[in-house]
Design a protein around this ligand. Structure first.
Ligand SMILES: Nc1ncnc2c1ncn2[C@@H]1O[C@H](COP(=O)(O)OP(=O)(O)O)[C@@H](O)[C@H]1O
Ligand SMILES: [Mg+2]
Length: 406
């Protein structure tokens, strides 16, 4: 290859045309906050209203203000983005009114304790290296600092149920440590089940407002993807049909993230193949990559009975409102599936072994809490992040192929 050619390759890789608009790729990043959040006007308004006193207090708020609110709802319905969007706008509003307001966002999957959350806040916002400080010391620095600046803090704690309970309590009681002038407010985000099971009884008395997020309808989903594609892609690169497809992917799982990620991957793949538009085939492939824990090669490793076992659980969990099932119930389903495919079912002991395998390779969630029923404590089966509908579709396609070959 001549020198000239190699240079061309680099030139091309850097500047050749892309399906993305300039800077468009970034708009599909999970941290990107779009300018418009359609269909979330009501929650944006309600979150903001909770902070009215901050703006109404005299002289830019020397009287102290604190509130705790909670946002709950299933995955991919805009909880995180709406909280960040609203808090970002509250902050610019505060600037306009000369109110000193700090804001911070922490995902508790990343920052897993109160100590680490406080430390990283002190480091990032005040440049204080508080490593080795105790919780009390960190809290003390924070309080002094906010008091001396007459400043406020709104802290978003995302996936808050991941924190140890004592840390959640610690955060909730934090404002009291300020004495008479409260300065810290919390926005806690959690899935509904965790909210009901652990959080609500523990902290509900100290939560001023609980906002429920519901999944978007198909039409809303379609409209949101229309908007998000227009931010990310050149108009020549995307068609109505593609937007329909992506909306359907998200509508199937009621999770917007699945569609956004599919768009991102399909766009990258189009660029790699030097295609100038997204095609249905690219979308289909990208969709399969969005659930990496369900890569086809994982299914390859499973024998037919294990596949049936996975299917038996997925089918049960596909019913609306069912988040966990039992071994007895799945075993019944497994026998029905065997019948469907004309395979002789194995016994319950073998079935339990299949479940153990599925748990080991990560398709099945850990057999968690026992459910107390008439027959004593029973194991609870859940599946991992992959939506049941996707799991069912994949396993069924896979089994059909396997049976064709045999
Ligand atoms: N109303 C909306 N308009 C535009 N994009 C949205 C809207 N709601 C959610 N999104 C996008 O959908 C994805 C999932 O939203 P997210 O806030 O992460 O959901 P959750 O926190 O409920 O799991 C994100 O990429 C987000 O930007
Ligand atoms: Mg979230």
């Amino acid at each position: 290859m001549s020198e000239r050619n190699s240079e061309d390759i680099i030139q091309d890789a850097l500047f050749s045309s892309s399906v993305f608009k300039h800077g468009g790729e970034r708009t599909l990043n999970q941290f990107y906050i779009p300018e418009n959040l359609k269909y979330r006007e009501d929650v944006i308004r309600r979150i903001s209203q909770n902070f009215r006193p901050l703006f109404l207090s005299e002289k830019g708020g020397t009287e102290g203000f604190s509130t705790n609110i909670a946002l709950t709802g299933p995955a991919g319905v805009g909880k995180t983005v709406t909280a960040r969007y609203t808090v970002e706008h509250l902050q610019s509003m505060a600037m306009k009114y000369h109110i000193k307001l700090y804001t911070d966002y922490k995902n508790c999957w990343t920052a897993r304790t109160k100590t680490s959350i406080l430390r990283s806040f002190l480091r990032d916002q005040f440049g204080v290296a508080s490593r080795g400080f105790s919780d009390e010391e960190s809290t003390d620095i924070l309080i002094r600092r906010l008091n001396s600046e007459q400043a406020y803090l709104i802290l978003i704690l995302d996936e808050v149920s991941v924190l140890p309970q004592k840390d959640i309590r610690g955060f909730i009681h934090l404002p009291e440590e300020f004495g008479s002038e409260h300065r810290i407010s919390l926005i806690m985000i959690s899935r509904p089940t965790e909210w009901k099971v652990t959080l609500s009884s523990m902290v509900s008395q100290r939560i001023a407002d609980v906002l429920q997020f519901h999944p978007y309808s198909y039409d809303e989903t379609r409209e949101i993807f229309n908007y998000r594609s227009s931010l990310a892609f050149k108009s020549s690169a995307i068609s109505e049909d593609i937007i329909d497809m992506v909306a359907e992917i998200s509508d199937q799982t009621k999770n917007l993230r699945h569609g956004i990620e599919t768009l991102y991957r399909a766009g990258r793949a189009a660029d790699q193949r030097r295609m100038d538009e997204l095609t249905p085939e690219l979308i289909r492939r990208a969709k399969n990559d969005v659930f990496p824990e369900m890569r086809a090669d994982i299914l390859e490793e499973l024998n037919t009975h294990e596949l049936f076992a996975a299917l038996s659980i997925a089918r049960r969990l596909h019913h609306k409102g069912i988040t966990a099932t039992t071994i007895e119930h799945s075993f019944k389903n497994y026998r029905i599936i065997c019948e469907e495919w004309n395979v002789r079912p194995n016994g319950e002991a073998a079935f339990r072994n299949y479940l153990a395998t599925l748990e080991t390779i990560g398709i099945l969630g850990k057999v968690t809490k026992g459910v107390k029923g008439r027959k004593g404590v029973r194991a609870r089966l859940t599946i991992h992040d992959v939506p049941a509908a996707v799991l069912i579709e994949r396993i069924e396609v896979f089994i059909s192929k396997r049976f064709e070959k045999e």
